[in-house]
Design a protein. Structure first.
Length: 139
C-alpha cells in the first residue's frame, strides 16, 4: 500500500483517487495515466478489497478505480461496499473480462465498467464525468 501526495500549489479542483489492483504493473500503468491526465490529484493505492476499505474508512476518498479480479473478494463486491459507505463516490470496475454479465453486475453495483487495457481516453472520460458529478454534488 503506497500513498502518493499531489504537488503543493496545484489547483483547487484536486480529488483523492483510490486505485485498487493486486497487480503492481496495472497500478503503475494507472499511475502513469493519472500523472498525465490529473497530476494534481492525490492517489492512494491498495492491493485488495480489505486494504481499500481500510483506506476509505481512514481517509476521505473521492473516486475509486477497482480491478475486477483480485484475491479474496472481487471488485464487484468491493464496488458495492464502497457505494454503501460513500453513496456519492464515483466508482469504476476495471477488467479484461468484457462480458455483458460483468458489465451489468458493475452497473448493478452502482459502478462504471472500464475495459483493460485501460486507455488514457477511457480513463480521462471517466475522470471528467466523476469530477463533474462531484462538483455538482450529484454523486
Amino acid at each position: 500500500m503506497r500513498r502518493v501526495l499531489a504537488p503543493a500549489g496545484w489547483g483547487t479542483m484536486s480529488y483523492k483517487i483510490l486505485v485498487v489492483d493486486d497487480s503492481k504493473l496495472a497500478r503503475m500503468a494507472v499511475a502513469k495515466a493519472l500523472n498525465v491526465l490529473r497530476p494534481e490529484w492525490e492517489r492512494l493505492e491498495a492491493t485488495n478489497a480489505d486494504e481499500a476499505l481500510a483506506l476509505v474508512q481512514g481517509a476521505h476518498v473521492d473516486i475509486a478505480l477497482v480491478d475486477f479480479n483480485m484475491p479474496g473478494r472481487d471488485g464487484l463486491s468491493l464496488a458495492s461496499d464502497l457505494r454503501t459507505i460513500r453513496p456519492g463516490m464515483p466508482v469504476a470496475v476495471v477488467s479484461a473480462n468484457v462480458q455483458r454479465e460483468v458489465m451489468a453486475r458493475a452497473r448493478d453495483a452502482g459502478a462504471e465498467f472500464l475495459s483493460k487495457p485501460l486507455t488514457e481516453t477511457a480513463l480521462g472520460a471517466f475522470l471528467d464525468d466523476a469530477a463533474r458529478r462531484l462538483t455538482a454534488g450529484a454523486g
